[in-house]
Design a protein around this ligand. Structure first.
Ligand SMILES: [Mn+2]
Length: 273
C-alpha cells in the first residue's frame, strides 16, 4: 500500500501554492496572464502516465520552454491517474511560477456529474481506508485551479470552449453557467452561434462565436483540449481554434500532441508523438 499521508500532503501543499497565486500580478481571479514564451500547452491526460512521461522527456531534452500549461482532465479512464497527479503536482511545487494546472470538466465533480469517474476507485485501491480524505483533498484542490490563460495578442487557453457571452470578466470570475461553458463546450464548424451539446453539459459553438470572442479578447487563437482527436490535434474555425489531446495511449490515437505558443508568427507550433 502506498503512503497515503505523503500523497495527501503533496495535494495540500499544491493547493496552498495555488491559493497563494491569487495574490500574484499574473493571476486575476481564475484567469492567468502569461508573457514569457515559448509556452508548452499539454492537453487531456486522463490517467495516461506513459503519454505524460513521453512529453516531459521531450520537453526536457529540447529545452525549449519557459512555461508549461496543462489544460485539465488529469484522471479518469486511463490506468495511472495517481502517477499523473503525483508527477504534475511535483512539477507545480518545483516550479510554482513555471507550471500551471487548469481546471477541466473532470476537475469539477463537485459541480456537474460526469462519467467515467474512476478516480475514487483508484485512490481506494492504492491507499485503502484513508481514501476519502485524499479524495476530498483533491476536490478542494480542483476548486482552486484557474480556468483560463491569456497570452497577449496570441492565444486564449482553456479546457472546453466559449459562448458569445464570454467576456474577460467571465474568465476572471466565472458564474456557474460560464464555468460550465468553459469546461464543457466544443467547437463545431457546422453551427452558427451555439447549439445544444450531446455531452449533456456545455454547448457547441460556431466559428462566428470564436471570431467574435477572440477578437474582443485581442488574441488570434483558442487552444483547448476536451475532445479526443485522431492525430492528437485538430484545427477548426478557419484555423483559429486548435484542439490538443495528449492521452495518446489510453485513447489509442494515431498520435498524441502538445502545442507551443511561440514568439514568432504564426505563434503556434504543434508537436506530435
Ligand atoms: Mn474534458
Amino acid at each position: 500500500m502506498k503512503n497515503a499521508e505523503k500523497f495527501r500532503r503533496l495535494v495540500d501543499e499544491t493547493k496552498e501554492l495555488i491559493l497563494e497565486e491569487e495574490t500574484k500580478e499574473f493571476r486575476i481571479g481564475k484567469l492567468l496572464r502569461i508573457k514569457d514564451l515559448p509556452i508548452v500547452v499539454i492537453g487531456d491526460l486522463h490517467g495516461d502516465y506513459m503519454s505524460l512521461e513521453t512529453i516531459t522527456k521531450r520537453i526536457e531534452s529540447e529545452g525549449e520552454c519557459e512555461k508549461v500549461v496543462f489544460l485539465g482532465d488529469y484522471a479518469d479512464r486511463g490506468p495511472s491517474p495517481l502517477d499523473v497527479y503525483e508527477r504534475i503536482l511535483k512539477m507545480k511545487c518545483s516550479y510554482p511560477d513555471g507550471v500551471f494546472l487548469l481546471r477541466g470538466n473532470h476537475e469539477a465533480s463537485d459541480f456537474i456529474e460526469f462519467r467515467p469517474h474512476d478516480l475514487p476507485w483508484h485512490i481506494k485501491n492504492a491507499y485503502g481506508d484513508g481514501w476519502k480524505e485524499i479524495y476530498r483533498s483533491l476536490i478542494e484542490l480542483h476548486k482552486t485551479l484557474p480556468v483560463a490563460v491569456i497570452v497577449e495578442t496570441r492565444a486564449l487557453l482553456l479546457h472546453g470552449g466559449i459562448s458569445p457571452e464570454i467576456t474577460l470578466k467571465g474568465l476572471e470570475d466565472p458564474t456557474e453557467e460560464e464555468l460550465e461553458t468553459i469546461l464543457w463546450s466544443d467547437p463545431s464548424d457546422y453551427v452558427k452561434g451555439t447549439a445544444p451539446s450531446n455531452r449533456g453539459a456545455g454547448m457547441l459553438f460556431g466559428p462566428d462565436v470564436s471570431f467574435k470572442v477572440l477578437d474582443k479578447l485581442g488574441v488570434r487563437y483558442l487552444v483547448r483540449g476536451h475532445s479526443p482527436v485522431t492525430k492528437g490535434y485538430k484545427w477548426d474555425h478557419a484555423g483559429r481554434v486548435l484542439t490538443v489531446f495528449s492521452a495518446k495511449y489510453v485513447y489509442g490515437l494515431e498520435s498524441g500532441a502538445y502545442a507551443l505558443i511561440t514568439p514568432m508568427d504564426p505563434f503556434i507550433e504543434i508537436r506530435t508523438f
